[in-house]
Design a protein around this ligand. Structure first.
Ligand code: SAM
Length: 234
């Protein structure tokens, strides 16, 4: 997986966690505990999640900064933003983003390639989210599993890093979305080749940077942007 894994030379997860507000973390018994502060009375204070991490199945087995940024954004938006919406996360890895969406009341599918499914399933279980977070294998470019309903909300964090998968990811986004689907796409710029991804994306989607995230200036400094994608009308 090394050749296709994101490089961590510019910033490690822990570097970024230190500078991200609204979030703290600790590790005990091999479990990563993340806590999010937020302004909502209807949610627990802090809002906490436990994650089993395991680097052995590939790069998705650790929590990447882009995922933490997207998770933090969802918490700041609160339950009204996610509650009751059919939600799918692509390239979930540990499942952090989708699990948070589940805690906030979304009807969520977290998806990834088969080696990640056991860790995703464990993370659903240890956070007591079996009722509203389901796990499925979804390889980009392959048919969408029939049990996954048409999503209202698509989430993806740090999924642009391996050029051969660029057309596959665009294909899956196009298969899942229509012009009404909201897509939150947290992107870490690494290589000039990433331009090819956006050249492909442009054929079917438009995008804009999410403006209402108070953490934006912090993660922009790490070459991370949170985009809202919209599918073009056919
Ligand atoms: C850098 S990790 C990001 C994981 C997680 N979203 C996060 O932010 O912590 C990229 C994820 O994309 C998944 N992935 C890569 N290629 C894929 C493909 N062709 N189909 C489905 N998932 C893929 C990997 O397994 C991995 O979990």
């Amino acid at each position: 997986m090394a050749s296709s894994s994101p490089s961590t030379t510019s910033s490690s997860s822990s570097d970024l966690l230190v500078v991200l507000p609204h979030q703290s973390h600790s590790i005990s018994n091999g479990i990563f505990h993340l806590s999010f502060s937020h302004p909502w009375q209807t949610l627990p204070h802090p809002l906490s999640i436990d994650l089993v991490l395991d680097a052995s199945p590939g790069c998705g087995g650790v929590a990447w900064p882009a995922g933490q940024i997207l998770a933090t954004y969802l918490v700041q938006k609160g339950s009204d933003f996610v509650s009751g919406r059919n939600t799918i996360e692509l390239g979930s890895g540990t499942g952090l983003v989708g699990l948070l969406a589940g805690i906030l009341g979304g009807k969520v599918w977290i998806t990834d390639q088969s080696p990640l499914l056991p860790i995703m399933g464990r993370n659903v279980f240890i956070n007591n989210l079996c009722n509203n977070v389901k796990v499925a294998e979804l390889n980009w470019g392959s048919p969408i599993p029939p049990e996954i309903p048409r999503p209202d909300l698509i989430l993806a964090a740090d999924c642009v890093y391996f050029e051969p998968t660029f057309p596959l990811l665009v294909q899956t986004l196009a298969d899942l979305a229509d012009a009404t689907t909201e897509i939150l796409f947290c992107y870490k710029k690494r290589r000039k080749a990433d331009k090819r991804f956006f050249a492909l994306l442009k054929k079917a989607f438009t995008w804009e940077e999410v403006q209402d995230d108070p953490n934006r200036s912090v993660y922009n400094r790490e070459a991370i942007t949170l985009l809202r994608l919209s599918k073009k009308l056919a």
